[in-house]
Design a protein around this ligand. Structure first.
Ligand code: 1CP
Length: 363
């Protein structure tokens, strides 16, 4: 048998391999025939079809109309040929039933109408049932699972407690997180109780998404990189441990953040089968630091997709070279696709990763 076929035969026959899809196997660090790829914000404003839908419905209406949200989710998979779908929703949706008021204002991003400013505000947060209040996301998941018919797995997701707390305290997006950190430093007990509330909601919400059919979940701690390592350990880590340990066993968890070069070890200690890396770290160095008991996802700079195919190729080759085809690398951007990204470049990247990683395995 030629060497390539022998290698594939070993991969296919190995008894400890599950029959999961390529992407799920890679999350579990099982050997795979090539590197899987999906892209954060693979459904969004860079697509003309998405923009056309958004001319007719607001962003929140789109999330709440399960049929449309499911269509947008599947459209990204069909158009881009990626190895996983991610449910079309937003990390901020649970803030509405918590009672702080959520709006997406054109051009300005999210607005929280009644931001948290005191311990009393934390105490007033509403307890709610995720199945009733966020049932529209669960319904979108069911529709997507049906439509995909096992073609690719579906990723469910939620915001991590710190990142959600930052929106609730700042009242929207932020640059320096001044209000969030001041609250954290001066209102110790209220901070921890807010993080507990958010951790509890997140666990129930993710487990409901899994029950509805999500095969992998990603926790977005997008802004946690604004903290120093000691503050992370003190104010965030206990709650991340609690959150991740509450997720249904056996379902891979992707633990993602940006600007986290100095936090990676602590993030790994909190849990997650896969650690998300952004472009500010070298993938090989970060993975060496994390050790081989964890998979990694990343880490192309989204801005590279605004350049040309030559630059995309060079940077993709570098990332794949650094990963060395070891089991447990999921190709992704270091953060979401930017709205000004040409669709053709995204398609080029997906095909390139498939082609380069396949030939590397066979070579
Ligand atoms: O059409 C529009 O104008 C809305 C733009 C948009 C989209 C397409 C928002 C508003 N959210 C989304 C979808 C979304 N959000 C997904 C869909 C699935 C996919 O990846 O294809 C996901 C996973 C998210 C998650 C999300 N929302 C995060 C975490 C990821 C990240 O980018 O760090 C965050 C921080 C948000 C908040 C949010 N949602 C939308 C905006 C404008 C913002 C604010 C971002 C900021 O504070 O800068």
């Amino acid at each position: 048998m030629p060497t390539e076929q022998k290698k594939l035969a070993t991969v296919n026959c190995s008894s400890d391999l599950s029959d999961d899809h390529l992407f799920v196997r890679t999350c579990k660090r099982e050997p795979a025939e090539r590197t899987p790829i999906w892209l954060m914000r693979q459904a969004g404003r860079f697509q003309p079809e998405y923009r056309a839908i958004r001319e007719k419905v607001s962003f929140l209406e789109l999330c709440k109309t399960s049929q449309l949200a499911a269509e947008v989710t599947v459209m990204a998979v069909d158009q881009l040929n990626v190895d996983a779908a991610i449910i079309f929703a937003d990390i901020l949706l649970p803030l509405e039933p918590l009672g702080v008021g959520l709006e997406f204002v054109k051009g300005d991003g999210p607005v929280i109408n009644r931001p948290i400013t005191s311990a009393a505000d934390v105490a007033r947060l509403k307890q709610f049932d995720v199945i009733t209040e966020l049932g529209y996301v669960l319904q979108s998941i069911k529709l997507v699972v049906q439509a995909l018919n096992q073609r690719v797995p579906l990723i469910g997701f939620a915001g991590a407690p710190f990142t959600l707390a930052s929106y609730m305290i700042e009242g929207g997006s932020s640059r320096n997180f001044e209000k969030t950190k001041t609250f954290m430093y001066t209102e110790n007990a209220a901070w921890h109780s807010l993080m507990e509330v958010l951790s509890d909601v997140t666990v129930r919400y993710l487990n409901a998404q899994i029950a509805a059919g999500a095969q992998v979940v990603q926790l977005f701690d997008s802004w946690v990189g604004c903290l120093g390592p000691e503050d992370y350990r003190q104010f965030v880590a206990p709650h991340m441990k609690e959150t991740i340990s509450g997720i249904t066993p056996g379902v891979p968890v992707i633990h993602f953040g940006t600007g986290t070069a100095t936090l990676l070890q602590s993030m790994k200690d909190c849990g997650g089968d896969v650690i998300g890396l952004d472009w500010r770290v070298e993938l090989d160095q970060a993975w060496a630091e994390l050790g081989d008991q964890v998979a990694v996802q990343g880490n192309l700079d989204p801005v590279v997709l605004l350049s040309d195919t030559e630059q995309i190729r060079l940077q993709t080759e570098r990332i794949l070279r650094q990963a060395k085809g070891r089991p447990g690398h999921i190709f992704n951007l270091g953060h979401g696709i930017l709205p000004s990204t040409p669709v053709a470049n995204v398609k080029y990247l997906v095909e390139l990763v498939k082609e380069l990683s396949t030939s590397a395995k066979q070579g």
